[in-house]
Structure formats: structure tokens, C-alpha cells
Design a protein around this ligand. Structure first.
Ligand code: ATP
Ligand code: MG
Length: 425
């Protein structure tokens, strides 16, 4: 028995329809030019990776690995696979697999869908899109600061205001170990006053307790030992150098010592760009340094730094500011009736495309009147109208659709005349 119910997309996974896709295309153009202006090169990784990669890179005791991954056994061979929840692990895996770091650091970016099994709500989806930027093989604070300056430039380019920068340092492994021991000792004192999450994380990932959003936990958290008090001299200097560059470039920031990021692999500099205008889903961009990750995934130790931004949240912010979907780009709508006219229309349309114009050739017949209606409501700058009489005379009518007189021309003159119109329009 066939089920005729219309099939729906998976919950939390959105179609981006043509009326919205124009904004995405515009955004992607801006982002690409921006990334190239900092010397970043594109890399494209598979959407599906071995589950072990994310467990190893992100950490077993993280929200993502514990409860957000789309993981399954391949029905054909039993392989354990996961739809990527983020891009850094895949990017580093690809770089190591292809030995890209041999003798040369890499500035790389990627863009695409990520998958997390979260509760869908505004700004939080199960398939969402990120632009990820990674600088691999760079140790100094200069690259951390440049990444932040880069973001500030992008917000200016996009016309985004009302985002604030929060930064923090997570120090290095030894400091974090000392801090971890102190945190466990501190939180243990509270026994059953800890909530379930905190109790569960106490011995596996106590740093994450600091990230708790539970109001009942805030007082306890406020008194917790500070990582800042454990930092080694080198990490302190690194953080100071990052801030120095930010100040020199007038990038305002707040130090948020509670910023620990959701993923295990960060150390030293971490940062987030946050807006108050998207409700609870206010982080539009987040990143930091991850000097231990490359070794953790099996490579020779190499420092690294990166960030990712959520495209849906950025576009929501732009739409909030009144940005509209740009109209579909079209220069010419070709209207034709009659056998001779139609075959001429085909030729003319191809010639106009040869000249670099964007041309919609009317298909499916209909009266001149109904075709002209479609031409008017398209976004074309002009219509080219061809009837059999004109075709026999070797002429076409050019009608500007945004004001101006129509005129008869020979097809050879069309590209030049239309080119002028499009420039004016
Ligand atoms: P959040 O705290 O909002 O869950 P996160 O720390 O899990 O974010 P990251 O892993 O740092 O997010 O991802 C970088 C960016 O990707 C986020 O700042 C956000 O803009 C976007 N992002 C993350 N998860 C989602 C999601 N489920 N839907 C839409 N965008 C997302
Ligand atoms: Mg999250």
C-alpha cells in the first residue's frame, strides 16, 4: 500500500528557498573576498567521518559527543560513522592525512553544513552552516589577534553592529591540570548542592561546570578557583600580546573568565563574538587556540588557532537590521510569438549570453500580453520582443522595463544598447 502523505524534511533541517538563497549567495561572496584578503585558501572535507575522529578531537565528556552527534553504523559494513558536528577535527584530519603541514604552516577555510542533534529553536538547528577558519602551524599571539581583527573587519563589511567581543585565556596543560585539581576539591565541598550535570562532570570535566547556565549553580560557581591564578608566565605573556594588538587596532573587548568554550581542545586564547539581539542564541562566532589537537589526532605536535561562525545566526542578524533578499539577477526577458520569431529568439538569447548578459527566454508560449506581464514582474532591466513580422524584417523590439522609450534595432546592436541600459538601471 502506498503512503501518499507528503514527505517532510527532517526536523531541524531547513530548506533554504530561492527567496532566501539570494542573501546566502551575497553573503558567501562577501566572505570569500574577505578570506582571500587575508591569504586563506579553501579546503573541502567529507560530511561523514569515522566516529572515533570526533570522540578523540572533541573529547568524550562534551555536549557534542555525549548527546549531539548523528552517529550510526553503516548498514553495509558496520563502520561507525558520524555526520560532522563541526569542521576543525575533519580539517586537521585532512591536513595530516595529506601531509600539508610538512615544512609549511597553512591558512585554511571551509564552509558547509554541520549536524548536531539539538532542540530546534530560533538560531539553533540540527543541520546548520558554518564558515570555519583555521591557521595551522602558527604559535605566536599575532595569528590569534589577526583572527580577531579579521572578524571585526567582516562585521564592518557586512554592516553588523551590536556585537561584542569576549576573550579569555585557558592557559596551558600544566596550569589547567592544577586548576582542575583545585576545582574538583572546591566543588566536592558542596556535595548534594551540586546539580545533576555538575555532579556528573565533577571528575570527568569540572571546567565545564563553570559554563553551567543553571541559576541555582551561579553562586557556587562565582566562588570557584580561577584559572587566571594558575597561569604560567608564557601564557600570561601570550594573552597580553594578543590584547596589545587588539588595543593598537581599537578593537574593543571584554575579558570573560567564564568563557571556556564547549570543546575540550582549546588552550590559551579563546574568544566569542556575541550579540544580544538574537535571544539566547547570541554567539555568532567563536574560536581560539588549540595547540594540542594536532598531536591528539596523531600528528607531530604543531600549534594552531581557529574560529567558526554560524551562518544562520549571522543572516538572522542582518535580516533583523532590515537587510532583504537581493532580487534574482536578470538583465533581459525575451518575449516571442510565432514559429520564425521563436527560432530567432533562441538565437538572440544565446548571443546575448555570449555578450555576458543574464537572459531568461520565455518558454511555454502564451499571448504577447501574458508574456509581457511575466517580463514586467521579473527583475529584468528590459524585454526583447520578437514577432514573426519583425523576424522576417530582421529586427527586434527592445523595451526598457524601468522607464524609457522602446525602440526597434537589429539583433547585432542589442548587446551594446542593453549594456548601456543595465549600467543605468
Ligand atoms: P552554542 O553555545 O550556541 O551551542 P557552540 O559553542 O556549541 O554554540 P560552536 O561549536 O563554537 O558553537 O560553533 C560555532 C558557531 O556555530 C556558534 O557560535 C554558532 O554561531 C553556530 N552554531 C553552533 N551550533 C549551532 C546550531 N545548532 N544551529 C545554528 N548555529 C549553530
Ligand atoms: Mg552548542
Amino acid at each position: 500500500m502506498s503512503d501518499n502523505k507528503t514527505l517532510q524534511a527532517v526536523k531541524g533541517m531547513n530548506d533554504i528557498l530561492p527567496d532566501e538563497a539570494g542573501l546566502w549567495l551575497w553573503f558567501e561572496d562577501v566572505v570569500r573576498a574577505w578570506l582571500e584578503s587575508y591569504g586563506y585558501r579553501n579546503i573541502r572535507m567529507p560530511l561523514l567521518e569515522p566516529t572515533a575522529l570526533f570522540k578523540r578531537a572533541i573529547g568524550e565528556v562534551t555536549d557534542i559527543v555525549e548527546k549531539e552527534m548523528y552517529s550510526f553504523a553503516d548498514a553495509l559494513n558496520g563502520d561507525h560513522l558520524t555526520l560532522r558536528p563541526e569542521g576543525t577535527a575533519s580539517c586537521v584530519r585532512a591536513v595530516l592525512q595529506h601531509n600539508l603541514l610538512y615544512n609549511a604552516p597553512q591558512r585554511l577555510y571551509y564552509s558547509g553544513a554541520m549536524f548536531r542533534h539539538e532542540r530546534p529553536q530560533k538560531g539553533r538547528y540540527r543541520q546548520f552552516h558554518q564558515i570555519g577558519v583555521e591557521a595551522l602551524g602558527f604559535a605566536g599571539p599575532d595569528i590569534d589577534a589577526e583572527m580577531i581583527l579579521m572578524c571585526a573587519r567582516l562585521w564592518r563589511k557586512l554592516g553588523i553592529r551590536d556585537v561584542t567581543l569576549q576573550i579569555n585565556t585557558l592557559g596551558d596543560t600544566t596550569a589547567r591540570q592544577r586548576h582542575r585539581d583545585k576545582l574538583i576539591a572546591y566543588f566536592e565541598q558542596f556535595g548534594s548542592d551540586l546539580d545533576a550535570d555538575a555532579t556528573r562532570r565533577l571528575h570527568s570535566n569540572p571546567l565545564r561546570i563553570l559554563d553551567s547556565k543553571n541559576p541555582a549553580m551561579q553562586e557556587i560557581i562565582a566562588g570557584a578557583p580561577k584559572l587566571m591564578d594558575e597561569l604560567d608566565e608564557e601564557a600570561i605573556q601570550h594573552f597580553a600580546a594578543v590584547q596589545e594588538i587588539l588595543k593598537r587596532h581599537d578593537v574593543a573587548y571584554e575579558i570573560n573568565t567564564r568563557l571556556v568554550r564547549g570543546l575540550d581542545y582549546y588552550n590559551r586564547t579563546v574568544f566569542e563574538w556575541v550579540t544580544t539581539r538574537l535571544g539566547a542564541q547570541g554567539t555568532i562566532c567563536a574560536g581560539g587556540r588549540f595547540d594540542g589537537l594536532i598531536e591528539q589526532i596523531g600528528g607531530k605536535p604543531q600549534p594552531a588557532c581557529g574560529f567558526a561562525m554560524g551562518i544562520e545566526r549571522l543572516l538572522a542578524l542582518l535580516q533583523e537590521d532590515g537587510m532583504e533578499n537581493p532580487p534574482a539577477p536578470l538583465d533581459v526577458y525575451v518575449v516571442h510569438q510565432g514559429e520564425l520569431a521563436s527560432s530567432m529568439a533562441f538565437v538572440v538569447a544565446e548571443q546575448l549570453r555570449d555578450a555576458g548578459l543574464r537572459v531568461l527566454l520565455h518558454c511555454g508560449g502564451g499571448s504577447f500580453k501574458s508574456q509581457m506581464k511575466k517580463a514586467d514582474s521579473s527583475n529584468a532591466a528590459c524585454a526583447v520582443i520578437i514577432g514573426d513580422d519583425e523576424a522576417r524584417a530582421g529586427l527586434v523590439t527592445l523595451k526598457p522595463l524601468r522607464g524609457g522609450e522602446q525602440l526597434q534595432v537589429v539583433p547585432g546592436e542589442l548587446p551594446g544598447t542593453i549594456g548601456e541600459l543595465v549600467k543605468l538601471g
